[in-house]
Design a protein around this ligand. Sequence first.
Ligand code: SAM
Ligand code: SF4
Length: 326
Amino acid sequence: MLADQFGRIHNYLRISLTDNCNLRCFYCMPEENYDFTPHSKLMQVEEIDAVAKLFVQQGVNKIRLTGGEPFVRKDASKIIQNLGKLPVQLACTTNGIRIDDMLPEIVKANFHSINISLDTLQKDKFLRITRRDYFDRVVKNIDLLLNNNITTKINVVAMKGINDDEISDFIAFTKNNLIDIRFIEFMPFSGNKWSSNQVMTQRDILDIIKEKYHYVAQPIGFHETAKSFKIHGHKGRFSIISTMSEPFCSGCNRIRLTADGKLKNCLFSKHETDLLTPFRNGQDILPIIQSAIWSKAKTQGGQLNEQFEKINASIIQNRSMINIGG
Ligand code: SAM
Ligand code: SF4
């Protein structure tokens, strides 16, 4: 079991496959010239498989693939094929662009669920947010997943002045679609020019929704980061991930592996623990993993533990989101 000093057990591993991406979302990828990690420095197919197996032996039973964009990696199919054989719930967070190309592999690997990121239902706004023209393809691919009965969730980073006018449109989308719309509070990372007054909090989101809809909160599991709500007569539901206004660190069961093989015990941790170098040197990495997890800070990487309105984003030491793996 992978426990920390506060008694939290970690059974959910998020693996970033790459820091490369076919979109350029302004809140995720820094604007200045960004150098993608060369392939040789990324964990290779067999390395991902071996390290994942080690985590599974230690009690990990859920693995989420992320990035960057996991499906831009040329050997993503092979990685998925391997991880699909492990006794875990396999999930993925993707921008959805390559779902059509990857569908046979996705079906074969028996994904538990796929999260697609889509911050707007407006084609022109999609271009402004992502700096790429893929709106139609992403929307078609959401339909493709639903038509194939694959559990699908939509991640929406809720930001004031960007998509606060679309909250009700997203809710309307849950009327006839068996889908979970997950609003995520905007978080600060290196280079993303975060400011607290852009954060749409859980309260802000619920206030907008209640003007039009009567919603009912669903029971929440101990490890859940998302609080879910149902609206009578809607096939789908909506959820809110309130990282900034109501953090959920006490039940955290997550650990992250960056594409270059560094273990992050928290999304907001300053420190990273290199697993790939010792692994390549033939060292036993289990004690390294155990000690990295043991030292996890009580809340938010020990960096953001104050009211989010008071956070000075410029002094946070972290990578950009695309580089950590969301
Ligand atoms: N490329 C994939 C995608 O977009 O889904 C996976 C990686 S992306 C970094 C993972 C998730 O993090 C996405 O849902 C994205 O919207 C979210 N994300 C990125 N930057 C964020 C930020 N600053 N605050 C909140 N969520 C963020
Ligand atoms: Fe790429 Fe996902 Fe980041 Fe957008 S949020 S730039 S799609 S990694």
